[in-house]
Design a protein around this ligand. Structure first.
Ligand code: SF4
Length: 372
């Protein structure tokens, strides 16, 4: 039996066909030359890094950017490269590919269907053309439906990513309920929009053309949650909903602070309390700029544990386990814990502390009150 530590493997594909108006991530358009260089350097990085030899990868996540925009032949090359550190693919419990709708072809979906435990995560974001236009998305609803038809004809574990709190837009809840009734998505992620520096959306907000997303009420979170629960989903993490048995295994490993090893520009790795972050720029990564190294302090690990566990709505924070890992806490912590419980933001059953319904909208504030 392998003695290697279990871990998640992440590969960042830093290419998008165009830039969405709200996006602060680093990405480039896929000129043939840069994709070739990217794949060659990825093979080199995966071959040279020491972590794969010490880990048994249980989940694989190919994220971006928009991985499918590099085309089928390049995706096949990428999978061959990644497979070199997956000697026994029967051990893989989940292999996720992200894709935007407009670049998911039948040929790519056919190929993805050959991978073990394949899961497709589709960046849909909103469900009508006007709202997609507010975000500067490339796909129209026609493209979304076309991609969903292709995917559902070939794959059985398909998730969708959505954005809440888009200025000037109605609640996503009704449209989303209709969508998951027509297309039985296994998983739905729904994150609130945040305004990123130097984006067209930030410019529009500063010119008064769009409302600031920070001022939008959190009601949509509850409306979407209720619509998805009515359709048979479990709200298992603040921003994530799954049908039975379809929680995202790769992300659960992050939330449980398991090891993960990332390759590609902007990819982050975490193992034994050390975090490596590759340069968030294709040119610098290609030039061999090393990852920055951060040794997490005991306080960092404690705060991160608290925050990640409270995000998991059913499991929450196990106080006895927390004290065993990080010691008896300062008196202030217990005082804040009592205050948050009394004000109804947290539920407490014995040692289990969970975010309450009304605590959901105040999650950041509640967590921050418990940090040291
Ligand atoms: S597809 Fe995703 S990564 Fe690419 S520009 Fe749009 S939001 Fe950013």
């Amino acid at each position: 039996m392998s003695q290697n530590k279990q871990a998640g493997l992440y590969v960042h594909v830093p290419f998008c066909l165009s830039k969405c108006d709200y996006c602060g991530f680093y990405s480039e358009t896929p000129g043939a030359h840069s994709v070739t260089d990217y794949l060659a350097h990825l093979a080199q990085e995966i071959g040279e890094r020491p972590e794969p030899a010490a880990h048994l990868f249980k989940t694989v996540f190919i994220g971006g950017g928009n991985p499918t925009c590099i085309g089928l032949a390049n995706l096949q090359r990428l999978v061959e490269t990644v497979s070199r550190v997956l000697p026994d693919q029967s051990q893989i419990t989940e292999w996720t590919f992200e894709s935007n709708p407009e670049t998911l072809s039948a040929e790519i979906a056919d190929y993805l269907a050959t991978l073990p435990q394949i899961r497709l995560s589709m960046g849909i974001q909103r469900l009508n053309d006007g709202e997609l236009a507010v975000l500067g998305r490339r796909a129209s609803m026609d493209a979304v439906y076309r991609a969903l038809d292709i995917a559902f004809a070939r794959l059985n574990n398909i998730g969708g990513d959505f954005i809440l709190g888009v200025p000037g837009c109605q609640s996503l809840a009704d449209d989303l309920h209709k969508l998951v009734t027509r297309y039985p998505l296994a998983h739905v992620s729904a994150y609130f929009l945040t305004l990123e520096e130097n984006t067209p959306m930030q410019k529009a907000v500063s010119q008064g053309l769009l409302a600031d997303p920070a001022d939008i009420e959190a009601d949509e979170l509850y409306e979407v949650r209720d619509a998805l629960v009515a359709a048979g989903f479990e709200h298992y993490e603040i921003s994530n909903h799954a049908r039975s048995g379809r929680r995202c295994q790769h992300n659960l490993n992050y939330w449980y602070q398991g090891d993960y090893i990332g390759f590609g520009p902007a990819a982050v790795s975490s193992s034994n309390g050390i975090r490596l972050a590759n340069p968030p720029d294709l040119g610098r990564w290609l030039a061999g700029e090393p990852a920055t190294v951060e040794q997490l302090s005991a306080t960092d690990r404690r705060n991160e544990h608290l925050m990640l566990r409270l995000r998991l709505l059913q499991e929450g924070l196990d106080l006895a386990d927390f004290e065993q890992r990080f010691g008896t806490q300062p008196a202030d912590f217990y005082a804040h814990l009592n205050r948050q419980t009394e004000s109804g933001n947290l539920w407490r059953e014995g040692d289990r502390i969970r975010l309450s319904d009304c605590g959901l909208r105040l999650a950041d504030e509640v967590m921050a009150s418990l940090f040291i």
